[in-house]
Design a protein around this ligand. Structure first.
Ligand code: ZN
Ligand code: ZN
Length: 364
């Protein structure tokens, strides 16, 4: 039980059926045996939150979203122990049943009842949340503004595991959002001798360069052939691996053509569930291409934290807004602002504190 009882109600962002979002007062959750009560410190906002708002992915309403969570331990359920009260932790939001055929094969990512805090059960855009004690990872002094990127880094880590590069690979990534930027750095650690990042926004490409990308290519969405020609000049034989991290069908189609014979395309971006891409089976056959997918992550949070703690993955410049629960809509709007990269919510700050933080971040 918590050492000091939390208030009986708390503020939370709640998504309802019909794409509606509200800030409301709801009962504060209490931890059962095996669970921990947490006070969120920073919670990242990502495109998945918007998909959930519109009923996509594994949304279950009413829903408190927020799955990229750094929090402080407030208390434990009966008979449950763990790190000291007040310890800052990253939460692995995934929930696996442990009992289905996939779980029994040691492939929990394919769990038939795969769940996630903030997706099909209460997440972090609230003053408190409950998690399984087995799913918290102390940040060991890592700044919460860095640790909040542990979950997206874990998902990128899983993608890099799936891709399984050979040493000295030549890799192209489409997309310079938080994911593209983190993937570019992880791929260097995982064997890429050259990483080229292609995306529409110049400021994000500059950041990719500062974080170690070898080449960057600006993509004009209305005239992508220019970028395609430039990418072909960079790698006349094609790239060993092409990572599609935008969710765009036309980018995926372009990426297939830019892959070297015998190379691999990684589908990382989230496309619409019913979207169709044109791929020529003869090309896959004759050029012996491999198409792989990467979905969420399982058991990658500890390595993600290590990558951040070691400084091998830089998060410099990735967080562009930090705001309070009151302005959650603003964070959703930022997903469509090309100059914004990652917004984080500070669920327990006052609005004024949060506002002053925004200016701190946007001055960078
Ligand atoms: Zn996310
Ligand atoms: Zn399962």
């Amino acid at each position: 039980m918590p050492e000091t009882a939390p208030p009986s109600t708390m503020r939370a962002v709640v998504f309802d059926q019909g794409s509606s979002s509200r800030l409301d007062r709801v009962p504060t959750p209490s931890p059962s045996a095996g669970e921990v009560l947490l006070r969120p410190i920073r919670v990242g906002v990502c495109g998945t939150d918007e998909h959930l708002l519109h009923g996509g992915f594994i949304a279950k309403f009413p829903l408190i979203p927020g799955h990229e969570i750094v929090a402080e331990i407030v208390g434990y359920g009966d008979g449950t122990h763990g790190p000291d009260i007040g310890t800052q932790v990253v939460v692995d939001p995934t929930v696996f049943c442990g009992d289905c055929p996939a779980c029994k094969r040691g492939q929990p990512g394919y769990c038939s009842s795969f769940g996630s805090l903030g997706c099909d059960r209460a997440g972090g855009f609230a003053e408190f949340l409950v998690a399984q004690t087995s799913k918290i990872f102390p940040t060991n002094g890592l700044s919460p503004d860095v640790a909040v990127l542990a979950e997206p880094t874990a998902c990128a880590m899983h993608g890099v595991d799936i891709l399984a590069l050979k040493p000295a690979s030549d890799v192209l990534i489409f997309g310079a959002g938080p994911t593209g930027l983190i993937l570019a750095q992880l791929l260097r650690m995982a064997g890429a001798a050259r990483v080229t990042v292609a995306a529409p926004t110049a400021s994000k490409l500059d950041l990719a360069k500062r974080q170690g990308a070898s080449h960057t290519v600006q993509v004009d969405r209305s005239n992508p052939q220019v970028a395609e020609a430039e990418l072909r000049r960079i790698a006349p034989e094609g790239f060993d691996a092409v990572v599609e991290a935008t969710g765009s069908i036309s980018v995926l189609e372009m990426g297939v053509g830019l892959t070297r014979n015998g190379g691999t395309i990684l589908v990382y971006g989230l496309a619409g569930e019913q979207a169709l891409a044109k791929v020529r089976p003869y090309e896959i056959f004759s050029r012996e291409l491999t198409i792989k997918g990467s979905f969420a992550q399982a058991h990658c949070i500890d390595r993600a934290l290590f990558a951040l703690q070691s400084g091998q993955v830089s998060t410099e410049g990735i967080i562009t807004s930090a705001i309070g629960l009151e302005q959650f809509q603003h964070a959703l709007d930022n997903l469509h602002d090309s100059e914004q990269i990652k917004s984080v919510i500070i669920p327990n700050s006052t609005e004024r504190d949060a506002r002053s933080r925004v200016s701190v971040f946007t001055q960078n």
